[in-house]
Design a protein around this ligand. Structure first.
Ligand code: ADP
Ligand code: MG
Length: 596
């Protein structure tokens, strides 16, 4: 092929790939435009996960008739004039690329009326080519409709994620902007169903209640950097979870810099760091933090999607976040009873039928709460009349071959490990890991024998989920049902739990469901079996005896008896060891009795 300059529409499509990766990126760009136009209400309607149609209506200032076509030219912007302006960008957009890019890969209709004009303009473009422009009557503001996204770029179409993944991504984007702009009212409708609404009250707290749910918010404390802090140019405000509310991944740490949502591993780490010794390893807080910095201290022009930013002084920002969050969490630790009272007053409605969470610090070893016996027998998850002092002979115990020698419980160390002795020495058993193993095998056995694995809840419990998690729940409803969770929709993002896996016992189903959803949101798309494995291990983890729980000798013995008949007693379902074994020989050697 000879060298030729590419035709304009091909250049446009190539460039579009950078800005418009997926339907969610269209939503993001159009929302940013609406916000830059000073909108107070932004209405987003999406159908077919954004592939069929995305419509965003705003009541911003609008575009004058003589400029509207220009808005669709690449590098046409009203937000930037000189390179000097790049130093202090106060708007979300500035590259002048979004509309041109989106238009080149879709069928786009825009109606806009500028506040200085009596009439609006309607524009229709097909794959970037103008097909219609006419004056129309319209309220002040802009309505942009993007249809059949990627219709002319089949390669891109082929690589799009599942519709549900897109829906979830779009909800996430809307909730983030709603948090960053609490004074703006956002409404999101997916396939004609309202899934999110913020009220534009200007209070971040209100948006958090609407997006993360009242239950999560009840377990969050306010973070505010004070003037005495050593990073005077960084102002931090937001909310972070009390140590008893935590998640399996760091996706629930949401950070904004000057009203822009950012992804920054180091700063997320600063938040997690602040919980040092308060949270177990591998658990992460839930946080929403707004950072305000002088614009010249951040460079947002790193990447077209603008989710990555560069800071002039990351270290001082890291420190400011860590100190601010730490202070909030430590203050809380010293005055736990204050919190409930404070939040109790501003909460608009009690959505939950759950017990309020245990506000005790989850430090791995809450030794100050002795006597927290597990009410339920370890042996039979369904029996209600079990006497914990009786050594039960389990129903299926004889049927299963022994995989460990007979062990005798001796005692407990640190409310975490059971000490046992056997014919060949001493065993230290991790009570949590061991019980996870026992429950896991019990569950799998019942499941394989098609025995009832679910247990109906006596009082219907309701859960309210953030929209993104609600979509995830919809997506995996079938797998969850197969495994014993009968969960029915009950109003927007609210569900009623009808049944739970019996193995769950009296563990809080809401917490377990939240953890399952966190596991499932880790973006990979595993097969059915992997999904179900994730769900089951999470259920067993939630139901297992915790580290820190003091056990009676009988309970320890129960646990050991069940472990003795597990197929793989040596590891928990995650593959970590359940026990340490010190053989008689090792003991003899250590005590210099060898050959004695
Ligand atoms: P950028 O936002 O980077 O300037 P865009 O391609 O997104 O580039 O938009 C081009 C221009 O169109 C903007 O600078 C703005 O003047 C105008 N515009 C786009 N959307 C809107 C809207 N919803 N309301 C008012 N003006 C808009
Ligand atoms: Mg823009």
């Amino acid at each position: 092929m000879s060298i030729q300059v590419l035709p304009e529409h091909v250049v446009a499509q190539i460039a579009a790939g950078e800005v418009v990766e997926r339907p969610a990126s269209v939503v993001k760009e159009l929302i940013e435009n609406a916000l830059d136009a000073g909108a107070r209400t932004i209405h987003v309607e999406v159908s077919g996960g954004g592939r069929r149609r995305i419509r965003i209506s705003d009541d911003g200032v609008g575009i004058p008739p003589d400029e509207i076509l220009l808005a669709f030219q690449r590098h046409a912007t009203s937000k930037l004039r000189t390179t000097a302006d790049l130093e202090h960008i106060a708007t979300l957009g500035f590259r002048g690329e979004a509309l041109a890019s989106i238009a080149s890969v879709s069928q786009l209709t825009m109606t806009s009326r500028h506040s200085d004009y009596q009439a609006g303009t309607l524009l229709h473009l097909n794959g970037g080519t103008l097909e219609r422009q006419q004056a129309v009557g319209a309220p002040v503001g802009t309505v942009t409709t993007v249809e059949n996204l990627f219709f002319n770029t089949p390669a891109r179409l082929k690589f799009l994620k599942k519709e549900n993944t897109e829906k979830r991504q779009i909800s996430l984007i809307i909730t983030r902007y709603a948090m960053a702009y609490p004074q703006v009212r956002f409404v999101l409708e997916q396939d004609d169903r309202e899934v999110f609404r913020s009220n534009g009250s200007g209070q971040l707290a209100d948006v958090i209640v609407h997006s993360l749910g009242i239950e999560s918010f009840r377990n969050m404390v306010e973070v505010e950097s004070d003037e005495t802090d050593r990073a005077p140019w960084t102002y931090i405000h937001g909310y972070t979870s009390v140590p008893s509310l935590h998640r399996a991944d760091r996706h629930q740490i949401t950070l904004f810099v000057n009203g822009r949502w950012i992804q920054d591993t180091r700063l997320s780490y600063a938040v997690t760091q602040a919980y040092h010794t308060f949270l177990m390893n591998g658990r992460y807080p839930v946080a929403v933090l707004m950072l305000r910095l002088p614009p010249q201290d951040v460079d947002v022009n790193v990447h077209p999607t603008k989710a990555e930013v560069r800071f002039r002084d990351t270290d001082s920002i890291f420190g400011a976040i860590q100190r601010g969050v730490r202070r909030a969490v430590v203050d809380l630790a010293s005055t736990p009873s204050m919190r409930g009272a404070r939040f109790g007053q501003i909460l608009p409605y009690p959505l939950h039928s759950y017990e309020t969470r245990n506000t005790q610090m989850d430090m791995g070893l809450p030794l100050e709460t002795p006597g927290q016996y597990r009410r339920q027998s370890l042996y039979d998850q369904n029996a209600s009349t079990n006497d914990p002092t009786e050594i039960p002979a389990g129903p299926d115990a004889p049927a299963r071959p022994r995989t460990l020698p007979i062990l005798r419980a001796v005692g407990q160390v640190g409310a975490m490990y059971v000490v046992a002795e056997g014919p060949s020495g001493l065993y230290l058993i991790d009570q949590h890991a061991a019980h996870e193993r026992v429950l896991f095998e019990q569950f799998m056995a019942n499941f394989a024998r098609q025995e009832p694995i679910k247990q109906y809840t006596l009082t219907a419990q309701s859960i309210h989920l953030p929209p993104t998690e609600a979509r995830l729940l919809d997506e995996y409803a079938e797998s969850l049902a197969r495994l014993g969770f009968e969960i029915e929709p009950f109003g927007p993002n609210t569900y009623v739990i009808r049944s739970v896996p019996a193995v769950l016992g009296d563990a809080s189903p809401g917490d377990v469901i939240a953890d399952i959803l966190a596991d499932l949101s880790a973006e990979r798309q595993p097969g059915q079996a992997a999904i179900e494995h994730k769900i089951i291990t999470r259920v067993c983890k939630g139901a297992a005896i915790k580290a820190g729980q003091i056990l009676s000798l009988n309970e320890m013995q129960d646990l050991i008896r069940q472990l003795e008949r597990c197929e793989s007693p040596h590891t928990c379902p995650h593959g970590r060891p359940t026990m340490l074994h010190l053989t008689n020989e090792q003991l003899a050697k250590e005590f210099g009795r060898l050959g004695a």
